[in-house]
Design a protein. Structure first.
Length: 98
């Protein structure tokens, strides 16, 4: 399994709209990709939003990252969302609900 984290700055007054678009568009786009396992949008600070995806392997994670980049540039370009940085790597250990 491989995970990608993409950090964005989102003005507080636009967080609700960004979250709505993530829920209605981004998550579904990720679900349709081969190797998809899970996706999350996490608020790490007042104006910090991180999109996290898990895919089966590095190849499918890379395709997921590319799809996320395209989605943000297409679906959030009318808002003041600013890409900050990204990281990607293999999952060494994980657990789910028992």
């Amino acid at each position: 399994m491989n995970m990608t984290l993409r950090h964005h700055r989102v003005p507080a007054n636009q967080l609700g709209e960004v979250t709505r678009r993530i829920d209605t568009d981004w998550i579904e786009k990720m679900r349709r990709l081969p190797g998809f396992i899970s996706a999350y949008a996490v608020q790490l600070g007042d104006e910090q939003l991180t999109l996290v995806t898990a895919f089966a392997d590095e190849t499918t994670a890379e395709k997921g990252k590319e799809a996320s980049v395209a989605w943000v540039s297409q679906r959030l370009m009318d808002l003041d969302v600013e890409f900050q940085d990204a990281a990607q790597g293999p999952v060494l250990s994980h657990a789910g609900a028992a």
